[in-house]
Design a protein around this ligand. Structure first.
Ligand code: FES
Ligand SMILES: [Fe+2]
Length: 325
């Protein structure tokens, strides 16, 4: 995992007001909770007192309360109360503070900061300018038995389309890969498929290709969008569970009509299409060895893999920046 990043990890609706959700993310067992006022929190799911899972407790007065001996922790992990010591206790209890993960919530997604809490700043990346509240959306989730780098690379891979999706989005036997054109801007990678039927012509270079109106864009560390048209988008956030598992949250966004309920109905049916496509990908991506990808590896890449190479290059640069290499 790349440190010092905001990771989209859960849909907002998964953590109800006054509720707790236990979830493993980024290789850590976490307790997500939401105060009665709606403020989300995320702490390590292990009480500092004697190790019980805080996710088995309850939310009380803006705190998560351990089920074992009732220690209470605020959304920033601060221990507020130790019942056994009594309300009259004036003792400094900061040593009981639990590790917390800063949370940001926007666009119906809960994001956590993974890394040095003191560096948590800014807003998590999103596709502002493409997606806003005027769209209706549906969301499905699926658990992939793969490292998140592999599931992300798959969404930047234009070469696999006529093979993995031969009977769906890759129909037409367009096996020859022109380009693809890749545009890198900061933490974002944009590309689009320019594949063609192979009639013996030479593939076009990336320079001869352009980004189509239908394109895909990825933003580090873990969100991706397929701009199918101005009015239809598919968006995925890849929540890393640990080194072997990723949960894909896949949204179908629609604003074909001014009538919201119509858009909602289209989005509802769109999710079945998304399911069919992602299952085609999942079947193959789960078999990739080694589990995680790397810039330097034994893989023998081809020119069509350029978006994947860019992904690996930036990933490595961000890790270096975070002092991980
Ligand atoms: S283990 Fe949590 S209060 Fe004792
Ligand atoms: Fe695919």
């Amino acid at each position: 995992m790349i440190r010092n990043q905001w990771y989209a990890v859960l849909p907002s609706k998964a953590v109800k007001k006054g509720g707790i959700l236990s979830a493993r993310r980024l290789g850590i067992d976490l307790a997500f909770f939401r105060t009665e006022d709606g403020i989300p929190g995320c702490v390590a799911d292990q009480c500092t007192h004697r190790g019980a899972a805080l996710s088995k407790g309850k939310v009380k007065g803006g705190c998560i309360k351990c089920p074992f001996h009732g220690l209470e922790f605020e959304t920033d992990g601060r221990c507020r109360f130790i019942p056994a010591n009594g309300i009259s206790s004036k003792e400094d209890i900061s040593r009981y503070n639990v590790r917390h993960y800063p949370v940001r919530e926007a666009n119906g997604i809960l994001c956590i900061w993974y890394g040095d809490n003191d560096l948590a700043a800014g807003e998590p990346p999103f596709f502002g300018g493409y997606i806003d509240d005027t769209y209706a959306y549906s969301e499905i989730e699926d658990h992939w038995n793969s490292h998140y780098s592999r599931s992300i690379e798959n969404q930047l891979d234009v070469v696999h389309l006529p093979f993995v999706h031969y009977n769906t989005i890759g129909k037409g036997n367009k096996t020859l890969v022109n380009g693809p054109k890749v545009i890198v801007e900061g933490i974002s990678i944009t590309t689009s498929a320019n594949n063609a039927v192979d009639s013996g012509q030479k593939p076009k270079s990336a320079e001869e290709c352009h980004i189509n109106p239908t394109f895909v864009q990825f933003k580090f560390p873990n969100i991706w969008m397929n701009n199918i048209s101005e009015k239809i988008k598919v968006m995925i956030y890849f929540a890393p569970v640990d080194n072997e598992n990723t949960i894909l949250y896949i949204r179908f966004y629609c604003k074909l009509s001014k009538i919201r309920i119509f858009n909602k109905i289209v989005a509802y049916f769109g999710k079945f299409g998304n399911r069919m496509i992602e299952r085609q990908d999942k079947r193959v991506v789960e078999t990739q060895i080694p589990g995680a990808s790397a810039l330097k590896s034994d893989e023998k890449l081809i020119p069509g893999d350029r978006p994947v190479v860019e992904y690996r290059r930036i990933r490595e640069a961000l890790k270096r920046e975070a002092g991980q290499m």
